[in-house]
Design a protein around this ligand. Structure first.
Ligand code: C2E
Ligand code: CA
Ligand code: CA
Length: 728
């Protein structure tokens, strides 16, 4: 395709400079006449040439350019008319003034019709001659100038059009009402609309209805004086075969659509005269590529099933929901038996084909809400939410096994395949993604060991747990009886006075062989086995007794924080037990603070609210422990009756370098301040952390920087040493 790009060529020559001398050709067959003309015009700034006849005049013109011709009509060789014909045909641009006698008036008129500029009737006066020549030259100059300007305009117009229409983007203007006042040709190939059918139409004919609200919003915003330019992504309607809308990245620029003379008035009158100029770039392909990349990041390319990442994601969501609805969920681990043999026999191509067939058979067994994914070579996993019973899970596992029974066909050959399936149930076999997957995996191996081709449920006994764990679990049963548990206390410091204002009770197990074990090393077993209930009962008594010793030293000035297991809180009698204990030991409830984790608010929000409400009424305060790590949502902070939030150690740990900002910490501080809550930072280990937290507005701190958790007797020593001054 060859485009006309003549407008890219240089412009016509600039007008002649001021000292330019017009070139005149004087034509007359009468020598006297010629002589007197030369005499008359000499010295007036013209370059003069003469010709004694028509032929000679033509010959001279062929040699050199002239600006003006003073032409006698009546000549013996060829007439002035003939000379004019020559001029019109091949010598345009010269002005012609006819001189003739009175008798030749008709011919003179003919010459004027032929394009002569003027007519001088002989005899003419000197002034008349000079004036006519001047006028002719002036007009010629103006014409040349006009022509140049016109050409320039036309070229620049064509240049802009070329640029605008050649643009890969749609370029348009909208009037203040949103009607399309200009749109370039690009709209046709991109969207299938002709320009002519869009001009004058409202932009809404182009915007896909799903994006209309956004478009209107942006358009209205765009018209305001304050937002001069903005970008938006919109889908535009397409008239192409598929009618699929295409996605455009659209830039809107506010422009003054009225002419310059009125613009000052217009801006005084407000933004009414403002229109919008914009460029819309088709980013459909980029979008599709992005979507494809995103899809591939979360899918197994061979089977198009979700991959491990997406599986984990979905399992996380499914667990949240199951927790909320108090429903049962199964995680299955499906491993094909002896798949390696198929691969070895039929090659990878055959193996791939088989995996695709397997995945579609397995998928056909599932409900819409289930997820099947491929997480490795011949390993599939499934999430089955909303089950009523174990039997539901067994039924689906059987369906999987059954679906694989008919032979597969690879390279024209029948291939028989079986699978071993492990099943783990939420909540019975685990609460977390990793636990459930691991336990389903354990069950699957158990099935393989049992002889393949079937399913097995997870059972705690299957856990090939490290022996010491099992031993610990066993010992824990005896710990209470043997009185091996002990409460330790970690002081909490008011950073402005550096004084201890309270302490958190943390449980230790003084194991006969292993020494002191941290709470994290044994409480999870206690939770699992239900031992947490008697252990917590014991703890309530222990802390109350310890508190009485504190009182003996420093009155009721210290506050004691205790951790409460969700299981314990869930049980309706926790409140009664605490109330009874406080009453029995005559401890003012305001001296106790119960720490609960964020997650209890998710598990069973209403029960939790009820329990916490009762605590508040009693006068016990409530702290949210490990704040920021759970499924926290700000909304529950309003709904839950809490007094304190504890910034989790994980966030404090991040604070390593001075001079850096830690937005999560700042956000938590802001939340606490905003809601008028106390704030405690835990796990403070360095002065850098202390300084940063103090500057951020946190006043109470707890951590190794001040004190490790210590035995009751150590704490009492410390209190004596520090002569703790009672506070409020
Ligand atoms: P938590 O409530 O977040 O307790 C803070 C944990 O951080 C304690 O671990 C404490 O020893 C430790 N810690 C405190 N300051 C620092 C520090 O500066 N650096 C480091 N690295 N660690 C610090 P512990 O005692 O092992 O307790 C672990 C978890 O067990 C506690 O987390 C709490 O949720 C639970 N827990 C402890 N005691 C009890 C209890 O009596 N009953 C119940 N139900 N749970 C308890
Ligand atoms: Ca705690
Ligand atoms: Ca904590």
């Amino acid at each position: 395709m060859t485009a006309d790009i003549s407008f890219l060529q240089p412009y016509p020559p600039e007008p002649p400079p001021e000292d330019f001398q017009p070139r005149l050709l004087l034509v007359d067959d009468e020598p006297r006449m010629l002589f007197s003309l030369v005499e008359l015009l000499k010295g007036r700034g013209y370059q003069l040439s003469t010709a004694a006849g028509g032929r000679e005049a033509i010959a001279r013109m062929k040699q050199a350019p002239f600006d003006l011709l003073l032409l006698d009509l009546q000549m013996p060789d060829i007439s002035g008319h003939d000379v004019m014909d020559f001029v019109n045909e091949s010598y345009q641009g010269v002005s012609v003034i006819i001189t003739s006698g009175a008798t030749e008036i008709d011919e003179a008129i003919g010459a004027i019709r032929r394009g002569a500029y003027g007519y001088l009737r002989k005899p003419y006066s000197r002034e008349e001659l000079l004036r006519t020549i001047d006028n002719a030259l002036m007009q010629r100059k103006l014409e040349a100038e006009n022509q140049r300007i016109a050409l320039r305009l036309e070229r620049s117009e064509r240049l802009y059009r070329y640029l605008v229409d050649g643009s890969p983007d749609i370029i348009y203007t909208l009037d203040p009402q949103g009607n399309i006042s200009f749109i370039n040709d690009r709209v046709q190939p991109l969207l299938g609309f002709r320009r002519s059918e869009l001009i004058g139409q409202h932009y809404s004919v182009l915007v896909h209805e799903a994006d209309m609200e956004r478009a209107n919003y942006v358009f209205n915003e765009g018209r305001s004086e304050f937002a001069r330019s903005r970008n938006v992504e919109l889908r535009l309607n397409s008239k192409h075969d598929d009618y699929e809308p295409r996605t455009f990245s659209i830039e809107l620029v506010l422009i003054n659509l009225v002419g310059d003379e009125v613009s000052s008035k217009a801006s005084a009158a407000g933004p009414k005269s403002m229109g919008i100029y914009g460029v819309a770039r088709d980013i459909t392909d980029r979008k599709r590529a992005d979507a494809k990349i995103a899809y591939q990041a979360y899918h197994d390319i061979l089977t198009e099933l979700p991959n491990r990442a997406l599986f984990n994601d979905r399992l996380g969501l499914a667990l949240l929901q199951a927790r909320r609805n108090d429903s049962m969920l199964a995680v299955m681990f499906i491993d094909l038996d002896r798949f390696k043999m198929v691969n070895d026999t039929f090659g990878h191509g055959g193996g791939d084909g088989l995996l695709q067939q397997v995945s579609s058979r397995l998928k056909a067994c599932l409900r819409k809400c289930d997820t099947l994914s491929r997480i490795g070579g011949d390993e599939f996993t499934a999430i089955l939410p909303e089950l009523n019973s174990r039997e539901d899970a067994a039924l689906i596992a059987d369906k999987f096994v059954e679906s694989l029974r008919p032979p597969f066909v690879i390279a024209g050959q029948n291939v028989h395949l079986t699978a071993s399936i492990g099943v783990a149930l939420f909540p019975d076999d685990g609460l977390k993604i990793d636990d459930l997957l691991r336990n389903a995996d354990v069950a699957m191996y158990h099935m393989k060991a049992k002889g393949r081709n079937g399913h097995a449920f997870f059972d705690q006994e299957l856990l090939d747990a490290p022996l010491h764990k099992i031993a610990l679990q066993h010992d824990l049963h005896l710990a209470l009886e043997r009185n091996e548990l002990e409460m330790f206390y970690q002081p909490q410091i008011d950073i402005s006075t550096k004084k201890i204002i309270g302490a958190e009770a943390l449980m230790r197990w003084n194991h006969p062989e292993r020494g002191f074990l941290g709470a994290g090393e044994f409480l999870p077993f206690a939770e699992e086995s239900g031992l947490i209930i008697p252990i917590s009962d014991w703890m309530l008594g222990a802390i109350c007794r310890d508190y009485l010793d504190w009182r003996g030293l420093c009155g009721d000035s210290l506050r004691l924080s205790l951790n409460i297991s969700p299981q314990y809180l869930d049980r309706g009698d926790f409140f009664d037990k605490l109330q009874t204990a406080l009453a029995r030991y005559k401890i003012p409830p305001s001296r106790f603070e119960v720490e609960v984790t964020e997650n209890i608010c998710i598990r069973n929000p209403q029960t939790a609210i009820d329990q916490l409400d009762k605590l508040c009424q009693l006068g016990v305060s409530v702290a949210i422990d490990d704040f920021g790590t759970g499924y926290s949502s700000l909304s529950y902070l309003h709904r839950f009756p809490i007094h304190t939030i504890k910034i989790d150690r994980a966030f404090v740990m991040e604070i390593r370098d001075e001079g850096m900002q830690f937005p999560v910490v700042l956000a938590i501080v802001a939340i606490a301040q905003g809601l008028g809550l106390n704030l405690v930072a835990e796990g403070v280990e360095t002065e850098i952390q202390e300084r940063y937290l103090a500057e951020a507005g946190c006043k109470i701190m707890q951590g190794y920087l001040y004190h490790q958790p210590m035995s009751q007797s150590h704490l009492l020593d410390l209190m004596r040493e520090q002569a703790i001054v009672p506070v409020h």
